[in-house]
Design a protein around this ligand. Structure first.
Ligand SMILES: Nc1ncnc2c1ncn2[C@@H]1O[C@H](COP(=O)(O)OP(=O)(O)OP(=O)(O)O)[C@@H](O)[C@H]1O
Ligand SMILES: Nc1nc2c(ncn2[C@@H]2O[C@H](COP(=O)(O)O)[C@@H](O)[C@H]2O)c(=O)[nH]1
Length: 192
C-alpha cells in the first residue's frame, strides 16, 4: 500500500526545508498541495506552495463535501485559512507514496480520513531557543519583517503541539533537526 508521509512540527523547526530536500532526494514521492486563503507572498507560485484561493471558493468546496480538514488562524494580519481538499491528488487505489506538510491538527484529520495504516508521521523537533533564533534570523531577512506574527505563532505552537496532543496523535518518534543532513538521513531510513 502506498504511504502518505506527513511532515509536521512547530514554526521554524525546518519543515519546509526538509520537505523540499526530501522531494529532491526521493523524486518518486508525489506532492500534495494544500489550499490557503492567505495572500500569496513574494517568490511563491500558484500550485507550488499552495493553491491560493478565497473564502468563497472555500465555502463552495465545503458545501460539496470536498474538504478533508481546515484550520483558520486569527493572525496578526487577519484571519487566514488553510485546508486540505479531496481533489484527486491522492489516488488511494494506487501504490504511489505521497509527501504532505502541515500541522498536528491537519495530520490527525488527514489520518482519520485516509486511515492510520496509510499515514506515516514525520515530526520535526528543534530545541525552543534554537528554533526561535532561526525564526528571528529568517524574519530579519524579509523585506517587511512581521515580528508580531512570528511571536503569535511561536506562542500558539506551545499550545498546539503540547505533549498531550502529541500523545493523543501517537507521535512517538521525533526527528531532531540540529543538523540538517543527519535529520534527513534519519527520515530517509523511514521513507525507504
Ligand atoms: N538544521 C538546520 N540548521 C540551521 N538552520 C536550519 C536548519 N534547518 C532549517 N534551518 C533554517 O531555519 C529556518 C526555518 O526553517 P523552515 O522555514 O524550513 O521552517 P518551517 O518549519 O517550515 O517554518 P514555518 O512553519 O514557520 O514556515 C530557515 O531559515 C532555514 O533555512
Ligand atoms: N499549529 C499552528 N499552525 C499554524 C498557526 N498559524 C499558522 N499555522 C500553520 O503554519 C503554516 C503556515 O504556513 P505559511 O506557508 O503560511 O508560512 C500552515 O500549515 C498553518 O496551518 C497556529 O497558530 N498554530
Amino acid at each position: 500500500m502506498g504511504k502518505i508521509f506527513y511532515v509536521m512540527g512547530k514554526s521554524a523547526s525546518g519543515k519546509d526545508t526538509i520537505y523540499k530536500r526530501l522531494l529532491e532526494l526521493r523524486p518518486q514521492l508525489k506532492r500534495v498541495i494544500l489550499y490557503t486563503t492567505r495572500p500569496i507572498r513574494e517568490g511563491e507560485r500558484e500550485g507550488e506552495e499552495y493553491y491560493f484561493t478565497d473564502g468563497n471558493k472555500m465555502r463552495e468546496l465545503r458545501e460539496a463535501g470536498k474538504i478533508i480538514e481546515e484550520r483558520t488562524y486569527q493572525t496578526a494580519l487577519g484571519p487566514w485559512s488553510y485546508f486540505t481538499v479531496d481533489d484527486g491528488q491522492i489516488d488511494v487505489m494506487s501504490e504511489n507514496s505521497y509527501l504532505m506538510i502541515g500541522t498536528l491538527e491537519s495530520y490527525e484529520k488527514t489520518r482519520d480520513y485516509y486511515g492510520e495504516e496509510r499515514l506515516v508521521p514525520i515530526y520535526i523537533e528543534v530545541e525552543d531557543g534554537t528554533r526561535l533564533r532561526r525564526a528571528l534570523e529568517r524574519e530579519f531577512k524579509q523585506k517587511e519583517p512581521k515580528y508580531a506574527e512570528l511571536c503569535r505563532r511561536y506562542l500558539a505552537d506551545e499550545e498546539d503541539f503540547k505533549e498531550e496532543n502529541l500523545k493523543r496523535c501517537k507521535i512517538g518518534r521525533r526527528f531532531i533537526n540540529d543538523d540538517l543532513d543527519a535529520c534527513l538521513n534519519d527520515i530517509l531510513k523511514v521513507i525507504q
